[in-house]
Each structure stands twice: as C-alpha cells, then as structure tokens.
Design a protein around this ligand. Structure first.
Ligand code: GZL
Length: 346
C-alpha cells in the first residue's frame, strides 16, 4: 500500500536544530543507553512507504524471537513499509529512549511491546502530542488515560493460567490424586510483565480453591533457560519435595529440565514431577511430544499481520477495535505429532 503523498495527520513536522540533536545524542551516549539509535531526522517518507517503528522487549526467549520475526516479515518494503526495529535488552529505559527517537524521527506508527505494564504515561503522551498512533502488542500497558494508545493486540494471560489449572485439576483426578497434598514449585517470568501477572494470578487462584495444593516457592526465572536453571538448581539443593513445577514459559521449562536431570529427579508423563509450561514454541512442544513436559499452553507470538490489519484500518480512516485478544489452545503429549510442530513454524 503506497503512502498517500499529502497525508494530513495533524502531525507537526518536527524540525530539530543540530544543537538539540547533538545535545540529545550526547546525553544518550553519556546515559550509557548503548542502544541509542542514530537519530536521523526524517519528515514523511518521500517514497510513499508507511514508516512503522517497533520497540521490542529483547530476545530473551524463543517466543520473543518469533514475535520479532513476525513483525519483520510483515512490515517489508515490498509490502509498502519502512520498518524500524530496536531491541531493548529487557530494559524499559531503553524502550523509552527508542520511543523518543521514533517520535523525533516523525514515524507514521509506533508499535510497542512493553517489557512491563507501568511507567509509560509520559512517553505515550509525547507520542500523542506528536500525532503518532501507538499500537501496543503482547503485554499490556497500565496508563491513566486509555487514549494514550490506539489499540492493543495480545493474549489473555489470566485465561492461559486458568487453562493450566483446569488441566491440572483433571489430570490429578485421572491419576487418583485429587485429594493428595500437592506441592507446587512456581517459576515466574519477568516480574511486572502482563504475561507473568496473568499466569501467576491463574495459578494463585487455583491454589486458593484447592486446600490440598501448596505453592512451596516462587522463583524468578525471568523467562530464560539460564536464570531458571540457576534458581531451580539452588532450590533443589535444599528441597526436592515437589509434585508440580509451573514454568511461565518454555525456555524456563528447559532450564527446569536441565536442573532436574542434574538432580536425578524424574519428570513428565512417566516421572515424579508434573511439568507445566507456556508459549508452545517448537522447543517446548518438542519436549512435550517426548513426554518431558506434561502440558504446554499456547501463547501466539505472530502479531505482525494483526498489527498490519490495525494500521490498514487507520490508513482507511477507520477506528480499530481497542483490544484484540488472540485465540489460543494448549497441547499435551498425546495431542502432538512432529508434523504438527513443523507446521506451526516457530
Ligand atoms: C507472552 C510474552 C512472554 C512469553 C515469553 O506474551 O510476553 O515473553 O511468554 C516472552 O517467552 O519472553
């Protein structure tokens, strides 16, 4: 879709003096942000392309890599876009610096995958003042004024947690363990991320209604295999009285598997410990197919086409739906095949 030449967006053309630009660049270098994108002042794309600028959380997991790839393969030049991408390495301050650069560049659209829910009001107000629509993907932002972002597309993370709890209830029933004392080790994702908040809420609600379920510890796995391996290994050195490990993403589940293998503790469909995971990426589903993970709840990362639909609606003068939830399912070893995993592609 080619850019309309004389698009009136109410957006002021940003003219930044060289001095201001130099000051900002120096400030950013001094602040050690490190990932300050070289700010090249741009007015509207001269070649009719729609400029879409994406601030990504990082590359902490297979899910995140798939999410970034979905955006890259959607917003290509042949599709009519000029795509900007910045990886924040998991730091909100980097995302805020990136958003300010995008605002200064006068891009047409900002897409934000927020690392955590809070702390966005000021920079989103700046984007609004600049007349740049912000589309939030994946995790949610918690802002005073809902009009600080145009639309959001992502997952219902509490629902994902509820799916896991309902499955565990049924599984324990089938195993004749409905009334048994169940010790649950909880490996959380990045604290304050909507995905962590929702999946944690689902588990904690489930534990609240089952007097025989107990969360023995809540560890911070930060959605990575390395950190999860570190904290779970440390925990297992003190206690191995665990019936379930609830990991808030697949990369954490791989870290748990690594720690359990080293501790000689069995897990999965034929083991002592029930392993629950989230994301349903290739690495998680492959472990699930082998019976190492008992349940993998899907969290779909392919937001590129969904964001494009929102942008095309705005370009057509339409108002997009404010919140769009992605339909998701779950997988167990008996529902998986190598072909199915291959077909999913991420
Ligand atoms: C979920 C997303 C989470 C994934 C993790 O939508 O925010 O972040 O579950 C990723 O794998 O790191």
């Amino acid at each position: 879709m080619k850019r309309k030449k004389n698009r009136t967006t109410g957006r002021k053309l940003f003219v930044v003096t060289a001095a201001a630009l130099l000051a900002m660049t120096m400030a950013s270098m001094l602040s050690g942000c490190g990932n300050q994108a070289a700010v090249d002042i741009q007015t509207e794309s001269s070649d009719g392309l729609i400029s879409v600028a994406f601030s990504e959380v990082g590359a902490e997991s297979d899910w995140r890599v798939a999410n970034s790839e979905s955006m890259r393969t959607t917003f290509t030049e042949e599709n009519g876009y000029e795509f900007y991408f910045e990886d924040a390495k998991g730091k909100q301050e980097n995302q805020i610096t990136t958003l300010r650069n995008y605002i200064l560049q006068g891009v047409d659209y900002i897409v934000l995958a927020p690392v955590v829910e809070t702390g966005w009001d000021e920079v989103l107000q700046e984007a609004k003042d600049a007349g740049i629509p912000v589309i939030v993907v994946d995790r949610m932002v918690d802002v005073e004024e809902e009009d600080l972002y145009t639309a959001w597309v992502g997952s219902d993370f509490k629902e994902e947690g509820d799916i896991a709890v309902e499955w565990l209830e049924e599984y324990l029933e089938e195993q004749g363990r409905a009334d048994e004392e169940i010790q649950i080790l909880h490996v959380m994702g990045t604290l304050g991320a909507s995905s962590q908040l929702g999946r944690t809420e689902g588990l904690e609600e489930g534990v609240a209604v089952h007097d025989n379920w107990e969360i023995v510890a809540q560890l911070q796995g930060e959605y990575t295999q390395a950190k999860t391996y570190e904290v779970v290994s440390e925990y297992l050195a003190g206690s191995t009285d665990i019936d379930v490990i609830y990991c808030e993403n697949d990369n954490s589940a791989l870290g748990v598997i690594q720690a359990l293998d080293e501790a000689g503790i069995s897990y999965g469909t034929d083991g002592d410990v029930i392993l629950i995971s989230f994301d349903a990426t290739t690495v998680g589903l492959t472990a699930c197919l082998k019976g190492k993970i008992n349940l993998d709840v899907e969290c779909n990362p392919l937001h590129g086409p969904r964001v494009e639909q929102i942008i095309l609606q705005i370009e057509a003068g339409e108002t997009p739906q404010k919140l769009t939830y992605v339909d998701e399912t779950y997988f167990t070893p008996d529902t998986l095949t190598e072909e199915l995993i291959e077909e999913r592609g991420y």
